[in-house]
Design a protein around this ligand. Sequence first.
Ligand SMILES: *Cc1c(COP(=O)(O)O)cnc(C)c1O
Length: 388
Amino acid sequence: MADNRLNTLAAPGVRALTPYSPGKPLGDLAREYGVRDAVKLASNENPLGPGPAVLDALRTGLDALARYPDGNGFALKAALAKRHDVTSAQITLGNGSNDILELLARAFVTPDNEVVFSQHAFAVYPLVTQAVGARSVLTPAKDWGHDLAAMRAAITSRTRLVFIANPNNPTGTWLEAAELEAFIADAPDHVLVVVDEAYFEYASDARLGATHYPDASAWVAYYPNLVVTRTFSKAYGLAGLRIGYSLSRADVADYLNRVRQPFNVNSLAQVAALAALDDAAHLVRSLTDNAKGMQQLIAAFVADGLAYIPSVGNFICVDVGAYAAEVYEGLLRRGVIVRPVANYAMPRHLRVTVGTQAENARFITALRGALAETPAAGNTGSITVTFN
Ligand SMILES: *Cc1c(COP(=O)(O)O)cnc(C)c1O
């Protein structure tokens, strides 16, 4: 079949899709730059990985690999239900929380509909919207964060979903409890408000500085059109296993369950998530390291006169000037992978994940080297952006 014919066969939304561009894998750096000891600070993974309790559970889980997983995730849902004080019927498990975002679009959005989200918001929102042929409605950001008034004004009779990442990736900005709850309370009945709490654990850590950071999961009981998503990929260190979940009313979960694959969450992911929930000590260690690492990065940015966007996640965006693409390349040559965010309309910034102390130090040194060889890239102003 001729290529152009295939073009007309693909669904219109899919034809115009640009695939999600992930952080550069370590293997690529070895192949392309000959760097073998590279550090990857590009995908907001927990540098500690999972704790020993999770590794033990995984070893035991190996015995069940020949069997299909529990398609309803009974044990994990029960544990999550207890933790969030909801029923198991209100929980939907996903192959990562990305899976849930996609299920939401497939279950509730048709090509006649619109989906509202903010400029600089997580790149998966436009992807899942476009994949079902619907229209993305992008509202301008305010001080890099979500402008809830603009988002409210963008809701029409065609809107079915509003995606709010709190905190947002890649900006790290967050919304306070009162403003977010008011938005949810005010959203019309025909709209589901999806609060993406992928970085909830980090943002809840007061050491990062968020004031009145909300736990939207506690509001599910009061607002029928609220969906909250969480993940085990970030603070819990399980990105490679792919597991996340949503909390919603049971009837919303019922629709999500109709479109999901029957075995969308594998058995190892389920046992690992269960064990991770129980290992509070490992989570505390992860958050403590993150808070220290964030301070380490910020101290270097301040010392070098680089503006940054205050973040309550495990990542931070730093303004490296007009030659951010060159600085990114310079970092790669020095064996450090960060994330360019020009595709988020942030051409002067790079997003770096908080790594171990040694990884952060390596990044700081590499950044200084890369900036020094890039024309006029440094000195983005000594005034630190301090909104939010
Ligand atoms: C990382 C991330 C997710 C979670 O992805 P998983 O599919 O759970 O690995 C969701 N939302 C945002 C904003 C993220 O940054």
